[in-house]
Every structure is written in structure tokens, then in C-alpha cells.
Design a protein around this ligand. Structure first.
Ligand SMILES: Nc1ncnc2c1ncn2[C@@H]1O[C@H](COP(=O)(O)OP(=O)(O)OP(=O)(O)O)[C@@H](O)[C@H]1O
Ligand SMILES: [Mg+2]
Length: 410
């Protein structure tokens, strides 16, 4: 029993509890250790039984599944919640993830879907727990021979993720001499090819994933990556949005593992939303550069993301990158830091002229406009995130500044 996945079932309908118990009873590696009919009972049972997984119904009369999940993530953080709902709307999913749920199942689901989710969440949590060893923010264990995976993420679009990812990757190669692969993780509407003026010819993540999933040789990544004149390798997004369907979360994970083993640095330009694929990338990443701008919507989303990130155990690897920093926007960095309760780690100046000119020419500004402040900011970021250990320490975090006027912009 002890080495089986211990599951607590929470649903206000007795038949559903019985049905799920029976379904899981057939699985040799899963044990149902308890059932609960309400949110309050779930908290009581989970505190006592310490299950690995809690299958939680989202709609319950007294305390709904989202409120129960929020309380559980504080009281029993070792238990991972899999939320069950009859509605599959994005808002439900988002609220569940924000509350700390690890997975979302839409009823009716098959027994295969159920058990696959339980096993997947369980192994992800185990892997995460084993990685909590990691060194202080921005550094990696020196014994790790593989390259460093740097995810560039933001919970809001249009804040400069692609600009940062592309210029960071090129700076790491051109300035720091690193072997770098840049991955366009915006599978539907990736822009990396445009910023680098690359013309994909049957070379993208959509072609590579099926190849690797079919047991293809790790060497095959070379076939599907393009070489940019700066020396970096680039794995592009598919040329048309519908091809993104060919890209599975497990396939992306496999691709990144292969790339990590073959590079010193792997930079991933992520999409601006949460799904299994993005969570898989963030899980695997050594550093998550979280890009924000001095806009109230960006700051609000960052605050929500940081809460989720803490629950998912990512806090130690998050580096906040303030992009398009401009003192004339009516929001000060100190105010932002106070609002989100965390220091901004890196700042990149706003320079529309240099950035848009580079974009339109398809030549990264760190190559064509090295002297500009925006390039210098990216070089500093590169030194801090992927430079040698001493550079990273030198560029490390400075003591937090205290915000003077709080919420002046509200
Ligand atoms: N530091 C900067 N100064 C001025 N303009 C910038 C800066 N960084 C990015 N931009 C501009 O902001 C816009 C959005 O940038 P970018 O495409 O990199 O963002 P993104 O987060 O990847 O967006 P998407 O959600 O569309 O993927 C672009 O027009 C870009 O040129
Ligand atoms: Mg982008």
C-alpha cells in the first residue's frame, strides 16, 4: 500500500464517489485511501491521511472545490489536487490552477484519462520534490552536466517575450561563446522566424516531436533545427497554427531533454498562457524569466502568476525581467515591487526605435546595435542568467529597495 499512489476522492454525490473508487480499484499502483462528501470533510481527511492525490469535484454545496483547494495548498501542500468539472471553460481551468490544482479533468472522462492524469501528476510532483535541492536562484548545481534551460514566460501577451528570448539567445552565443538552441514555444503563432529572418522548410517542432516520439534518434534534432548566422540553432514553431496539434506535452519535454543534453543553453520563448505543455516547460526549466511591463494589466497578471508559481514550487527559479522600462509611464518600479511583493531582478530599457527597426530587418539588435542601452541591458541579463558562475554572482540580486509611495498609480 505504501508505495501505491494514495488517492482521496472528494465529491458530494455518493454514486460518483463509489464509481471512482471502483474504477481505481482495478489499478494495481493506485489505492483509494478515503472519500469525502464536502470541502470541509476533504480538508479534515487530507490533513489526517496525507494522500498523494486528491480528486476534487469543483461544484459542491458547502465549500466548492476551488475554495477547498486553496485551503489545502496551504495546509497539505504535499497533496496534489486533480480538479473534476462538468464545465471545461477556460475560466474554470484558470481559477482552478490559480487555486493550486495540478490538473483539470472534464466530466465525463474515461477510466484511462483518469488514471493517466493521476499517474502523470504524481510523477511530476515526485520529480519536482526531488529537484527542490536546487541551488540559489539563478544558479545551478555545478555537477549538472547538461545545459541550462531558460524559459521566457509571461502571463500576458505582447510584453516582449520573443524580443527578450531572441536577443538573449544570440547574446549568449555571440558574447559569451555558449552553444545555444532557441526554441519557439509559441506553437500556434510563433514569431521567432520573423525576428531572425528565417524561412522554415519542413523544419519545426511539429516535425521533430513525432519523430522523437516514434523513438527517433536524438541526433535527429539537428535535422529539424535551423542555423542562424549568429551561430545559434533555432527550433521553429510550425508554419501553420493547426500543426500545433501535432505537438504533445510529453513530446516537448522529450525535445527539451534532448536539446539540454546537446547544448550549454536552451532558451524557450513560451506562449502566454497555462496549459500542460507550458507547465511541462516551466517544470523542466532551470530559470523562468518572467517578463513584465509597467502596465497595470501586466502587473495584475504577474501577481496572480507568482501565487501559482509558488504553489507549483517554481519560486526559486523565477527571475523577474521588467521590459520597456520607462520612467515616464506613471508607474514606478518600486511601486510594482511593492505591489507584487518581490524584487524585479533585471530591467530592459524601452527603445522602440532600436527594437522595432531590428524586428523589421530581421536582425537582432544585440548584433546590429551593440552599443545601445537596450543591447547592454540584454548583455547584462545574459551574463547574469547564463554567464559563468562568477559573472552570475557579480550580477546577482542587489538588496531590495523599499518603495516610497505605495500604490501611487492606483
Ligand atoms: N524594450 C523594448 N522597447 C521597445 N519596444 C519593445 C521592447 N521590447 C519589445 N518591444 C516591442 O513590443 C512588441 C511586443 O514584443 P514581442 O513580440 O517581443 O512580445 P511577446 O510577448 O513575444 O508578444 P506575443 O504575445 O505576441 O508573443 C513588439 O512590437 C516589440 O518590438
Ligand atoms: Mg512572442
Amino acid at each position: 500500500m505504501a508505495d501505491r499512489i494514495q488517492v482521496l476522492i472528494v465529491d458530494d454525490i455518493a454514486e460518483t464517489r463509489d464509481h471512482l473508487t471502483k474504477l481505481l480499484g482495478f489499478e494495481p499502483d493506485i489505492a483509494v485511501v478515503g472519500t469525502a462528501a464536502s470541502g470541509a470533510e476533504a480538508i479534515e481527511q487530507a490533513t489526517r491521511l496525507l494522500p498523494d492525490i486528491i480528486l476534487m469535484d469543483i461544484n459542491m454545496p458547502d465549500m466548492d472545490g476551488i475554495a477547498a483547494t486553496e485551503r489545502l495548498s496551504a495546509r497539505v501542500p504535499s497533496a496534489a489536487v486533480v480538479m473534476m468539472s462538468v464545465q471545461g471553460e477556460a475560466d474554470y481551468l484558470r481559477r482552478s490552477m490559480l487555486a493550486g490544482a495540478r490538473e483539470f479533468l472534464v466530466k465525463p472522462f474515461s477510466s484511462d484519462e483518469l488514471t493517466a492524469s493521476i499517474r502523470q501528476v504524481y510523477s511530476r510532483e515526485k520529480e519536482k520534490a526531488s529537484r527542490v535541492v536546487v541551488a540559489p536562484a539563478g544558479t545551478r548545481p555545478e555537477t549538472h552536466e547538461d545545459g541550462q534551460v531558460v524559459a521566457v514566460f509571461s502571463p500576458k501577451g505582447g510584453v516582449g517575450r520573443t524580443t527578450v528570448a531572441v536577443n538573449l539567445a544570440v547574446a549568449a552565443a555571440a558574447e559569451l561563446g555558449k552553444k545555444v538552441t532557441l526554441v519557439d514555444g509559441s506553437f500556434q503563432f510563433g514569431d521567432v522566424a520573423v525576428l531572425l529572418n528565417l524561412n522554415p522548410k519542413d523544419k519545426s517542432m511539429a516535425e521533430l516531436v513525432p519523430e522523437l516520439e516514434a523513438g527517433g534518434d536524438p541526433e535527429s534534432v539537428d535535422t529539424f533545427c535551423m542555423t542562424h548566422s549568429s551561430g545559434i540553432q533555432v527550433l521553429l514553431a510550425p508554419p501553420s497554427p493547426e500543426m500545433a496539434e501535432l505537438i504533445t506535452p510529453s513530446g516537448v519535454k522529450r525535445v527539451l531533454e534532448v536539446l539540454r543534453a546537446r547544448n550549454e543553453v536552451v532558451v524557450v520563448d513560451c506562449a502566454a498562457w497555462f496549459n500542460d505543455t507550458i507547465l511541462g516547460i516551466l517544470d523542466l526549466a532551470d530559470a523562468v524569466l518572467t517578463v513584465l511591463t509597467l502596465e497595470i494589466t501586466s502587473i495584475k497578471n504577474i501577481r496572480l502568476f507568482l501565487e501559482v508559481a509558488e504553489q507549483l514550487g517554481y519560486s526559486h527559479k523565477i527571475r523577474l525581467v521588467l521590459n520597456r522600462a520607462d520612467t515616464t509611464l506613471g508607474i514606478r518600479v518600486a511601486d510594482v515591487e511593492h505591489s507584487i511583493g518581490r524584487k524585479v531582478d533585471h530591467t530592459i530599457v524601452s527603445d522602440g526605435r532600436a527594437v522595432v527597426y531590428a524586428l523589421n530587418r530581421g536582425v537582432p539588435f544585440v548584433l546590429s546595435n551593440r552599443e545601445s542601452q537596450v543591447s547592454q541591458d540584454v548583455f547584462r541579463l545574459a551574463g547574469s542568467i547564463v554567464g559563468n558562475k562568477s559573472t552570475r554572482e557579480e550580477e546577482g540580486r542587489k538588496p531590495p529597495q523599499k518603495g516610497k509611495s505605495l500604490f501611487a498609480w492606483r
